[in-house]
Design a protein around this ligand. Sequence first.
Ligand code: MTE
Ligand code: MOS
Length: 779
Amino acid sequence: MSLPDPIGRALPHESARAHVQGSARYTADLPDLAGTLHAAPVCAPHARARLVALDVSAALAHPGVATVLTAADVPGVNDSSAHGGDEPLFADPEVLYWGHAVAWVLAESEAAARAGAALVRATCEPLPALLSIEAAIAAGSFHGPEQRLRWGDPEAALARAPHRLEGELFVGAQDHFYLETHTAYALLEPDHTLHVYSSTQHPSETQGVVAQVLGVPANRVTVTCLRMGGGFGGKESQGAPYAAVAALGALKTGRPVRVRLRRSDDMVMTGKRHPFWGRYEVGFHPDGTLGAVVLELFSDGGFSSDLSLPVMGRALFHADNAYYAPHRLVRGRVCKTHKTSQTAFRGFGGPQGMLFAEEIIDRVARSLGLPPDAVRARNLYCAAGARATTHYGQLILDSHLERVWHEVLSRADVARRRAELAAFNAAHPHCKRALAVTPVKFGISFTKTPMNQAGALVLIYLDGSVQLNHGGTEMGQGLLTKTLQVAAATLGVPLERLRVMPTATDKVPNTSPTAASSGSDLNGQAVKAACETLKGRLAGVAAKLLGLSAPEVLRFEGGEIFCPYQPQRRLLFTDVVRQAYLEQVPLFATGYYRTPNLHFDPATGRGRPFHYFACGAAASEVEVDGFTGAFKLRRVDIVQDVGAPLNPLIDRGQIEGGFVQGLGWLTMEEALWDAAGRFVTNAPSTYKIPTIADVPEAFHVAFLPDAATPGVIGGSKAVGEPPLMLALSVREALREAVAAFTEAPPRRVELAAPATPEAILWAIERVRAEPVRDLVSGD
Ligand code: MTE
Ligand code: MOS
C-alpha cells in the first residue's frame, strides 16, 4: 500500500509553534467579554450529608458578588449525567461526596467569587458514608449489575489443575493532572440561545447535558471545544457539569460566565482512574502455562455511575492482557461509594485488568521457580490455532504479538544484559538491578458498538482553500494534525491550503467522544469520505476540461489535477474549483464512517467487539536502592505496533508520553482519601507525577516494521492508550529487583500498586524476613 503524501510524514503537531509561543488559544484564553462573571464552587465538607439549609446572604453582600446559583435556579433537571440520572449538579437534598458543590457563586472577579463562596453557609446533617471498596461490598452498594465473561469450564479446569494458587491485589486511583483544569465559558446570545466553550472530549454530550439542565432543546445550545490542555479521559464525561454551571449562570444573569477550576478544586471535585481490588484463583501446569483463571474484580466507582460500567467492561476484556488461557471466568462489579465519581483514564479499565494478568503470571512463575519472562512468553496468544481465541471468542489474528515480543528481546539485547545484571547484583549487596519484559494487547473500538461512528464536513472556497470540520477533539494527541494530513493527501493539496476548525456541535452533530484511541481511525475515515466525495465531483469537472472520459483515473497531487497517462497536461486545483462553482457543482460535503463488522452480545459474552488489537512490548531495567526503596529507571526499550504510522513523530510522542503516564500510575502517583472521605493529595506538593527527571535516560522507541493494517485509515493503528500499559514492565522489573535482595529466589514477591519507594522497601523487608512458600498443590 503506497501512501499519498503527506500521510506517513513526520510532521510537527499542527499547533506546535503556537504551543511554544503561547499563542495557541485554549478555552481560558478567550478574552473576557464585557460583563463577564467568574464562578467559584461552594464545596460541601462532608462525604455524605443531608443539606438542611443554605444561607447565601453574606455571600451576596460581598463586594463584586453578582449572584449565587443553587438548585432552585435550575429550570430543567438538576442532573449533569448523560445517562444515569444520578449526578445532582447541586448537592440538594443530599451531599454525595466530599467536595460536592451545593452552590456556585458568580462575581466580577475570580477572587471575589472565591471570597463569596467562603461566606455561603451550608447547614449539613452528616450521614454515614461508604469510603472503600470493602465497605461498599459489605453494604451491598453497587452501580449496575455484575458483568462477566466466561470461556470454557473454569471451575472444572481449576479442580483438576496440577498446580493452583490464589491471591488478591489492590491498585489505587490516579489523578489525570491535565495541565489545563476543567473550564468553560458560556455566552447567552441575543436570541436566548447559548454558546458554550468547553474543554471537553465530548462536545455532543456536553451539549446534551447543558440542554437537560436548562430545560431547552439541544438545537438551542452550541458547544465548541477549541482544544484541551490534556484530557486523558478526564474530560470524556466530566467537563459537562462545569459547562452546565456556566450556561446556567449566563441564562440567569444574561452575562457571560466563566468557570475555571483551580487545581485543588479540580482534584477534589473530579473523578479519577478507578481503584480496583480483586481476587483470583489460577490453575496451571508445571511449565507455567495457564490452565484456568478465575478472577473477580471490584472497582470503586464513586458516587455516580458515570463511565464506571464500561470501564469495568474493558477491564474484563483485558484481564487476559496478552495471555491465553483455555478456561477463564472474569467477573466485575462497580462499588458505589461516597467519593469522586471515578471516570475514564487512558486505557479505560484496561490497565487495571492487565495489571491482574501480570500479577497472576508472576505468581505462577515464581511459585514454580521459573523465570517470569519465560512464563510470559510461554503464555502469549498465538496468531493461529486453538491458542488464538480470547475469553470472549474474538480471534487474535494479525495482532503481531509474537513479533513485537521477539523484536523487543533482540533490540533490548536482553539475553546479554541479563548476564551483566547478575554480575552486578552479585557485587552489590545493597543495590540491585533487574530487567523485565512485558507485552501489551489492547482492543481498539468502543466496546459500546454503536459509538464507533464519526462525521465530517469539508468546505472548499473559491480560492481553493479548504476548511475541515469533524467531531474529533484535540487534546494534544495530534488528532487534528493527522486529519489534516488525511484531507491534504486525499484532495492532493498542500497542507497550507487547509485549515481545521475548532470542534463544534453546529458543524457535526451527535458525535462520539474522542476516546478509546480511535479518534483518528474514526474521524480520519470520515474526513477521507467527505474529501473523496468532493474529489469525485471535481474530477468530473476536470475531466471535461481535459476532454477525458474517465474522471476516476485523474490524480490529485500538489495542488494539481492530471491524468497519469498525459502528465504534461495539468490543471490547477483552484481553477477546477472555480469551474465547479460555475457549473453549479456543490463545493462542500459531509463524510461519515462506521467501523464495519463489530458485534458483541453482553448476555452471552461472545462477539467481536474490537476492530483489531494494538500490540506492543517493553523491556525496562531498574536499579533499586535497598536502604530507601528508591529506584532509577535505567533503560527502556519499546516496540509498538502502530501499523503504517500516519505521523511517526506524533506517534513517538504518544508512546513516550503514554509510557511515562503509566510509570506514574504504577510507581509514584499515590491518590489518598482520609478517614472522613476527603481527597487529601490535592496538589502537586502531595501528589507526585513523573517529571522529566523520571524519564529513562536511555529511552528507545521503535515501531514494528512492515505492519500496515488493512481496513484502517492509511494502514495505521491507534496509539493513544496502548503504550500506557507498557509501563507494567517497570513494575515487573521492580519486583525482579526486590527478589534479588535474597539469596534463594523467593517463591513470591508481593508488591503494592503503586510501587512507591515505601512500598518497594516493604517488599524487600518481606522477602528478606522469610521466604514465602506458596500454596501449590501437588508441589
Ligand atoms: N495525548 C495527549 N497529549 N493528551 C491527552 O489528553 N489522551 C489520551 C491519548 N493521548 C491524551 C493523549 C487518551 S485517554 C486517548 S483515548 C487518546 O489520546 C484520544 O485521542 P485519539 O483517539 O485521537 O488517539
Ligand atoms: Mo481515553 S480514557 O479513551 O479518553
